[in-house]
Design a protein around this ligand. Sequence first.
Ligand code: HEC
Length: 188
Amino acid sequence: MLSLRNIMLCTALLSPSLYAETNSATLETQAAERATEFATTLKSALAAAIKQGGLVEGINVCKMQAPAISDSLSTDGWTVARKSTKNRNPNNKPDDWEAEKIAQLLDMIRNTESIDNVTFSTSKDGQFRFAKAIKVAPVCLNCHGQTIAPEVKQALSEHYPNDLATGYRLGDLRGIFSITKELETSEP
Ligand code: HEC
């Protein structure tokens, strides 16, 4: 499959002026692409690890790969992250803007509105910001659900003594993809 990232890179090579375009629609598209790339890369790494070594190996992969994948996509002024108020890794604690978006999504869920295609974006304080919901799918319940196998529980408590990210049910809001771009302050 041709990755979105490659398409973006090719676009940059063919047309630098297009890439430099900083209107908010373009930024929104680019942010959404980075969020999708993060999700698909992580999901396939996780699925491969679980297939090969089971859930405990999956935990190792999440611990090592999730930050590595987010670093590898955090280029050209972008920062790609996952944030949750009920987080496993305390580094994934939301800031004020992110916490506000999580609260808005939870409100929508309470009002039985669909959050599937909801995105938020804004430009302020020299940054473009984008957020999108992450929902709990069946595979996630193994490590974030209400009933977790003893060996998985054990491995989680070794790596994450302050784990807040269990007790979720299918379809719950697990957190958000939070994508930030530092905006150029002066145009040439
Ligand atoms: C094999 C166990 C495992 C499975 C399955 C799993 N996760 Fe996680 N998840 C983890 C671990 C471990 C972390 C902490 C990663 C880190 O240290 O950055 C984590 C962190 C996260 C975070 C970042 C916020 C936080 O809590 O720190 C999100 C969001 C998340 N997972 C969503 C999901 C979703 C959605 C699924 C299903 C598609 C899923 N996870 C499946 C183990 C798992």
